[in-house]
Design a protein around this ligand. Structure first.
Ligand SMILES: [Fe+2]
Length: 233
């Protein structure tokens, strides 16, 4: 045994391999820390514009990751999914407050401007090394499964899978969340609307996967909102 080890150690191969592997691990840790810092910094930016509710973005990321895992996404895709779920509306920073905060319906010009937020988000995030893929996923988070969404009118599997997931969970979360000017929808009604738009607006596989665990999650959602399922209904 020692006969095998001695020549190798003399040549330095195991030592240099160990150092190389340690160096790679350190670089990976630095890269992960930098990635997390960027996510935190952008989340703070969303807070400054009052566009972020911590609970909203956290549970969106949790639901998204769960759907992604059940659909068998690779680790790198899951990482992009986490970024896209947390920062999908970062481009709203570039939308005037008068439009963002308008309680009533947006007129056509206002709506056209509001729709720019996915492109704005892409334009910002693509500048960051390591975030290019998540930037594309954010660009397409308002595409519709039937091709009638924006900005590119992609359809079906032309739409990145991460974008399809974010689209479904964001829509569902928006439906059940209460806003200052309106109460969140009951769970059953949100499910009905999700199913109704499954295959047109939403990817049916994503809808089915999300709904397979959504009900069990609802008690957490309503607890986080400081209410209960029954009182919210
Ligand atoms: Fe959006």
């Amino acid at each position: 045994m020692s006969n095998h080890q001695t020549p190798a150690l003399t040549e330095g191969t195991p030592v240099s391999a160990a150092l190389e592997s340690l160096r790679i691990k350190q670089l990976e840790e630095q890269s992960a820390a930098l990635r997390n810092s960027v996510i935190c910094a952008f989340n703070q930016l969303l807070d400054l514009k009052d566009l972020n509710t911590g609970v909203h973005s956290t549970r969106l990321a949790e639901w998204g990751m769960r759907v992604g895992q059940e659909l068998g996404l690779e680790e790198s895709e899951l990482q992009n999914l986490e970024v896209a779920a947390l920062l999908h509306d970062i481009g709203k920073v570039g939308i005037p407050d008068a439009i963002l905060r308008k309680p009533g319906r947006l007129d056509p010009d206002e709506y056209a401007l509001m729709k720019k937020h996915s492109e704005y988000g892409w334009a910002v995030l693509r500048m960051l090394p390591g975030f290019e893929r998540a930037a594309l996923d954010i660009l397409h988070h308002h595409e519709s499964f039937d091709g009638k969404g924006y900005p590119a009118g992609l359809k079906d599997t032309e739409i990145p899978v991460v974008s399809r997931i974010v689209c479904v969970i964001d829509a569902f979360d928006a439906m059940v969340s209460s806003r200052p000017y309106r109460k969140g929808l009951p769970y059953e009604e949100a499910v009905r609307r999700l199913n109704e738009a499954s295959g047109t607006q939403f990817d049916p596989v994503v809808v089915r996967t999300f709904l397979s665990f959504a009900q069990a999650e609802m008690s957490t959602v309503f607890a986080a909102a400081g209410t209960s399922v029954s009182s919210a209904l």
